[in-house]
Design a protein around this ligand. Structure first.
Ligand code: NAD
Length: 486
């Protein structure tokens, strides 16, 4: 590796330029390289090798060769390995937190308290699910056998890098599938640490493989590969559609976790003093770079002024800055392309005539470097405005007024997305009634605690399939009926 500046987290430069295939770190077939940029400093912190279709062939053939052994391994073996993986994530939690903070700018306290522990939860839940799962049931002489689908290619994004990896890898391994992981090329460091952890946990060679590379090269080669049985992507709608198109000729299973524009419906009886600050903080969590961030606050028109005041006070108190500082709540946007996209959308909001009540275009005051976006709130947003329809994936909140509950539900359902949704009320019956009317894969009433068993995924253009818990695990299974089984 060429000498690069600050490497606060001890990224292994050799591993960064190798892929984990068939239980070993090996050199790419035709290496090309790409720098990993720390979004807080805009300085390179590592250099990764980018793969090619030859590397994909090697990884897929290793996964294929390992499939018979792993898919027929006793459940107890998989449970023990997942248990070790879980323990090792917790043991190495500081290393993961530092890697995530460095590769995508997460505030270190956020990486420590959420990015890493929630990622570990996916492994624990997959272990628990498989340990209790009934793979075969017999009814009226017909057996229904649930069997691992085969070799799975898993493509993940940069926003919750480790969490998205464990959501896919843990369920796939638990189900008895073998995998090839392609993490985001923009934030690949925690994936390197994860691959070493998988090795150390005793996952047999070929069962888990990692290749770095770009979407159009390595991602596309995985999607079209004839020997891949399933491809699961978390990312943008653009990439999700391209993956499905590339996968179609080989009729593989395609799972897509894509974008969102999640509504947060405040019913007239909500406890606004509590619900508005929580709503703002949820929308801005992870600098708004969460696919289910509730970025459309839908509020009764006669409470608009109260909501605006509460929202602005909350946003102005947020500490944005150096991700390494314990006091920081929001670090920078994860990369330059995303920072530019957020700026474009803030300007689009201003130009559309929405009322800017907090933040705006440009960097946070005091920063001449780093992708630090200003927490921004627009009010009096119309449901059809671009900022209310398109995913921004940054700290930008739209407040949209409504006059009737029917209208609130209509606005909530008025985008092409259907991933997350929130309802705030002191009347649980009213909250449930609205929750059932919203077309989204996960609805939260009054900001409940995160439930790692709750299936997560999209209606409409937010995706196909579910992750987490039993439903997430079952995505990696085929169904066989054996008639005459007796
Ligand atoms: P992205 O689509 O650019 O990249 C995601 C992954 O897909 C990366 O690994 C990338 O290399 C790969 N990719 C890109 N083009 C590809 C192609 N043609 N073929 C195969 N793979 C390809 O998205 P991103 O910028 O990394 O992530 C942000 C997006 O992801 C947002 O739109 C967000 O809503 C979405 N997201 C969704 C969820 C969810 O669970 N629904 C979770 C996180 C992020």
């Amino acid at each position: 590796m060429t000498s690069l500046s600050t490497n606060a987290y001890n990224v292994d430069p050799v591993a960064c330029q190798r892929f984990y295939i068939n239980g070993r770190w090996i050199a790419p077939a035709k290496p090309t390289f790409m720098q990993v940029i720390n979004p807080a400093t805009e300085e390179p912190v590592a250099e990764i090798a980018l793969g090619s279709s030859e590397d994909v062939d090697r990884a897929v053939s290793a996964a294929r060769a390992a499939f018979d052994g792993w898919s027929s391994s006793p459940v107890a073996t998989r449970v023990a390995i997942l248990g070790r993986m879980h323990d090792l994530i917790l043991e190495r939690k500081e290393m993961f937190a530092q890697a995530i903070s460095l590769e995508m700018g997460a505030a270190i306290s956020f990486a420590r308290s959420l990015q890493v522990p929630l990622a570990a939860e996916h492994v624990r839940i997959a272990r628990d699910v498989v340990s209790q799962y009934r793979f075969v049931s017999v009814n009226n002489g017909t057996a229904i056998s649930r069997e691992p689908i085969g070799v799975c290619a898993l493509i993940t994004p940069w926003n919750w890098p480790l969490y998205q990896i464990t959501a896919k890898v843990a369920s796939a391994l638990a189900a008895g599938c073998t995998v090839v992981l392609k993490p985001s090329e923009l934030s690949p460091l925690s994936a390197q640490v994860f691959a070493q952890l998988v090795h150390d946990a005793g996952v047999p060679p070929g069962v888990f493989n990692l290749i770095n590379g770009t979407g159009p090269k390595v991602g596309a080669a995985l999607a079209e590969h004839v020997d891949v049985d399933m491809i699961s992507i978390t990312g943008s709608n653009r990439a999700g559609v391209l993956v499905a198109q590339a996968a179609a000729p080989t009729v593989k299973r395609v799972a897509q976790e894509l974008g969102g524009k999640s509504p947060n419906v405040m019913l007239p009886d909500a406890d606004f003093a509590k619900a508005v600050p929580l709503g703002v903080m949820s929308a801005f969590r992870n600098v708004g770079q969460s696919c289910s961030a509730p970025t459309r606050m839908i509020v009764p028109r006669d409470r608009l002024a109260d909501v605006e005041a509460l929202a602005v006070a909350t946003a102005e108190a947020i500490v944005v800055g150096d991700p390494q500082s314990d006091a920081t709540v929001l670090g920078p946007i994860a990369n330059e392309a995303q920072f530019n996209r957020v700026q474009t959308m803030i300007i689009a909001g201003v130009e559309s005539g929405a009322k800017l009540i907090c933040g705006g275009p440009g960097r946070v005051e005091g920063f001449s470097k780093g992708f630090f976006a200003r927490p921004t709130i627009f009010s009096e947003v119309l449901p059809q405005m671009r900022i209310a329809q398109e995913e921004i994936f940054g700290p930008v909140l739209c407040i949209i007024p409504y006059d009737t509950i029917d209208q609130a539900v209509e606005i909530a359902n008025s985008t092409p997305y259907g991933l997350g949704a929130h309802v705030q009320t002191q009347d649980l019956d009213a909250g449930r009634a609205v929750a059932f009317r919203i077309r989204a894969g996960q609805v939260h009433i009054n900001h409940p605690a995160w439930d790692p068993h709750a299936p997560f995924g999209g209606y409409k253009q937010s995706g196909n399939g579910r992750e987490y818990g039993v439903q997430g695990f079952e995505e990696y299974l085929e169904t066989k009926a054996i008639l005459g089984h007796g």
